[in-house]
Design a protein around this ligand. Structure first.
Ligand SMILES: [Zn+2]
Length: 332
């Protein structure tokens, strides 16, 4: 009966404190409602199709979208907490890693991704609840209960909008993957940029590009995650979006913050056969510049999927218009 789950969703065990939590969340911790909204978004988009929920990059991404837009930067997002603690609400069942059943049963709290991955494979929901979540009408009813119970009236429209932004971001991800199979265009039309909300666009571009590089910096190959699960890399446009309106994954690469900045500043660029070139303006006699200089002649990390490799046209544009080459070169 959906009434049982509407009641469950309205009575989640959450931390309540007028000093720790703000009026917009009715002075309650919003971790669990945000995670359940994110799960519903993934079910609605067909990303979760069976009754097994993993602590995936998509789940973290959508949880963070809700958190950042409603809570701001005052409190750090942490999707690990509700992923573990929801098991106290009866309908959320942790699936232990084989052999770790007792350790997990004795664990009072998990706050970071390391122990979560060591002990938990994923989550199953009550079968009846999962069936309801597959149905749009029931899903909307359950979503409404979360929004009306845990959020003040003035932020409820924002949560509805975030649900739409999340859905649009998945549609745009699919569109970008489709675009990557067609001929590459350096610039997209200005009109195209207004079809999606800016946040949907950036979320989709990041999702597609960062996954293509398996969360690894294409230059230094760093692959690390915050304790709460967020990857260190971002999705960089090769030809800036303001110049090209182009979110084609072939106009992107996953880079750590430092190498994103060096690419944007023209201190590094990439040759037609995907070797990294460091600008001659970087001093060779400074100890502190050596980590950057050591990238010279290193191969760029490329996605496993050939259709997602950076486009030559985009790299050429970067070389000619952004790279501080000083002396003209004949590589392009
Ligand atoms: Zn890097």
């Amino acid at each position: 009966m959906i009434e049982d789950y509407l009641k469950c969703f309205s009575k989640l065990r959450t931390d309540t404190s007028p000093t720790r939590w703000q009026a917009t969340t009715n002075y309650r911790a919003p971790y669990k409602p945000f995670l359940l909204l994110a799960v519903m978004d993934l079910i609605a988009q067909g990303i979760i199709q069976t009754n097994f929920i993993e602590f995936s990059a998509d789940l973290i991404d959508i949880f963070d979208l809700y958190w950042d837009r409603v809570m701001g930067q005052e409190k750090a997002s942490n999707p690990v907490l509700p992923f573990f603690h929801l098991h106290r609400d009866r309908f959320w069942h942790l699936v232990p890693v084989p052999g770790k059943e007792q350790v997990l049963a004795d664990m009072p709290q998990i706050r970071s991704i390391g122990p979560l991955r060591q002990l938990v494979l994923g989550v199953t929901l009550d079968g009846a609840l999962f069936e309801m979540l597959l149905d749009k009408g029931s899903r909307d009813d359950l979503r409404r209960v979360l929004i009306e119970t845990y959020f003040a009236p003035e932020v409820r429209p924002k949560l509805v909008e975030l649900g739409q932004i999340s859905a649009q971001s998945f549609q745009y991800s699919l569109e970008l993957l489709g675009r990557s199979k067609r001929r590459f265009k350096l610039r997209e039309s200005r009109e195209g940029r207004d079809r999606y909300h800016t946040v949907s666009r950036s979320t989709a571009f990041r999702r597609v590009v960062v996954k293509a590089y398996d969360f690894t910096c294409a230059m230094c190959r760093i692959r690390v995650f915050a304790p709460e699960g967020q990857a260190a890399v971002v999705a960089a446009h090769i030809v800036p979006w303001s110049e090209s309106y182009n979110d084609d994954p072939r106009n992107g690469m996953a880079l750590c913050r430092l190498h994103h900045w060096t690419l944007d500043q023209g201190l590094v660029s990439v040759t037609p056969d995907y070797w990294i070139e460091v600008s001659p303006v970087v001093p060779t006699d400074e100890e502190g510049a050596k980590p950057l200089l050591s990238l010279t002649g290193c191969a760029l990390l490329l996605p496993a999927e050939r259709t997602l490799w950076p486009a030559h046209k985009a790299l050429k544009w970067h070389w000619k218009n952004v790279f501080c080459a000083e002396a003209p070169t004949h590589l392009w």
